[in-house]
Design a protein. Structure first.
Length: 297
């Protein structure tokens, strides 16, 4: 019996060691430019998972910019009314996930259309703060226009300290003002990984672990992915739980191209990181104050 307990102890110890080794980000800061107002609603789940992963990895303070709705010209496949809804849903995905998971108090989540100038200026600030020892990694989770506009407004000598992570040509060449080659012409470093849809756009049942979890933070993440699945603008999300853009965050927190990061993340990878954090950081239960009994007259 003692041998069994010893084996279990060693197994758990090694498991924790492996997990600890998994979080190994490169030096620098991170910025995310997402869409979500475009026909594809996957950025709802992608945003929730991105923020939860950063918090779970203890890297939330290294997130220096987050903007959404970066599809600057409305696609005919989505109505004005539906796109307006998406703006609100994306803002909710940002603000609510950040509040419930905590640690993002330093950050303002910008709407790239409704707060266009402020969005560009905020990303410019992050670019201008870049150095060799503190490069900026930009996650291209939507069209590249906002990234291009910020690069145009910033000194060229700063661009060599900017790295743009991308996983899909559909984002790269979907810009209305900048094509991918124009982004490369600024002198930034392209960091390309495989299509993350392959293993992160999955049957919705693969996320039942989150749907049925007792912790409301995990349930919240599931809810935003489900919101994208029930969206009626596109048909290709039906029956799917999609956080594909968050695969770029998985890649970065596990090392990126500096420390051999995870190039093809899976739901199990997300699950392991999130549940490990939840297990070690349970929500504090609010203690109900006892009502004072009224004194009899």
């Amino acid at each position: 019996m003692k041998k069994i307990y010893l084996f279990i102890f060693i197994f758990l110890l090694l498991s924790n060691f492996v997990f600890a080794q998994k979080i190994n980000p490169p030096k620098g800061r991170i910025a995310v430019v997402a869409d979500g107002n475009s026909p594809d609603p996957d950025d709802l789940g992608g945003t929730a998972v991105t923020l939860a992963l950063l918090r779970s990895a203890g890297l939330q303070n290294r997130l220096v910019h987050y903007s959404h709705s970066c599809d600057l010209v409305r696609d005919d496949r989505i109505s004005e009314k539906a796109e307006k809804e998406r703006h609100h849903l994306m803002q909710l995905a940002c603000d609510m996930t950040a509040r419930r998971w905590k640690g993002f108090e330093h950050l303002t989540f910008y709407d790239a259309i409704w707060q266009k100038e402020a969005t560009i200026n905020d990303l410019c600030w992050a670019i201008n703060a870049s150095t060799r020892d503190s490069p900026l990694w930009i996650i291209e989770a939507g069209e590249p226009d906002i990234i291009g506009m910020a690069l145009k407004k910033t000194p060229k000598e700063k661009h060599k300290f900017v790295k743009v992570i991308t996983h899909h040509p559909a984002n790269d060449n979907a810009g209305d003002f900048y094509k991918w080659q124009q982004i490369l012409d600024f002198g930034i470093e392209e960091v390309r990984i495989p299509d993350q849809n392959i293993k992160l756009k999955v049957p919705i049942a693969d996320w039942d672990w989150a749907k049925n979890h007792s912790d409301p933070r995990i349930q919240l993440v599931w809810s935003f992915g489900k919101m994208a699945e029930v969206d009626d603008v596109v048909k290709f999300q039906k029956g799917k739980w999609d956080c594909s853009d968050a695969g770029m965050i998985l890649y970065w927190i596990t090392g990126a191209n500096v420390n051999n990061g995870l190039t093809q993340g899976t739901v199990d990878d997300v699950k392991t990181i999130l549940l490990n954090y939840i297990a070690n950081n349970p929500e504090k239960k609010k203690i109900k104050k006892k009502k004072k009994s009224k004194k009899k007259q």
